[in-house]
Design a protein around this ligand. Structure first.
Ligand code: ZN
Ligand code: ZN
Length: 139
């Protein structure tokens, strides 16, 4: 499914229009998570437009943000479908992964109240071989 079609469908489901800035931002984030400054540079949109549209995209759960110590806030695209699913963000390669629904078990009364779950660590793909203690040494 092309990003353009997918985005249009998602936005329309939320009663939002698929505007040029939203499309530019989403297409940039599809390649990799970006900071606000990077999005301004990549899209050529002004700072306020990027900021406002990022807010709107976060409100409907299409974009989420990640803070890592020593980094500017990164915005990550969610391509997952359906209910609340957890996000895993790799602090080494800065990849955001939508985990399958139900990957994380949460007990009631919290389960029905959770809006977002963000996990941070080393992804099991290219970053699995790096030993854990290296992080402690670096931070
Ligand atoms: Zn997701
Ligand atoms: Zn990784």
């Amino acid at each position: 499914m092309s990003t353009r079609y997918w985005l249009r469908r998602k936005l329309h489901a939320e009663g939002m229009r698929c505007t040029h800035p939203r499309r530019c931002i989403t297409e940039a984030l599809e390649k990799k998570p970006c900071t606000h400054a990077e999005l301004v540079e990549i899209t050529g949109l002004d700072r306020v437009t990027v900021y406002r549209n990022l807010l709107a995209l976060q409100e409907i759960g299409l974009v989420y943000k990640v803070y890592l110590p020593g980094h500017d806030t990164m915005y990550v695209l969610c391509r997952g479908e359906g209910d609340t699913h957890a996000h895993f963000f790799c602090k080494k390669c800065h990849k955001g992964i939508c985990l399958p629904a139900g990957s994380i078990q949460i007990a009631e009364p919290w389960k029905s109240r959770v809006e977002r779950i963000l996990l941070v660590g080393n992804c099991p793909e290219q970053c699995k071989s790096l030993p854990h203690h290296e992080d402690a040494a670096r931070n």
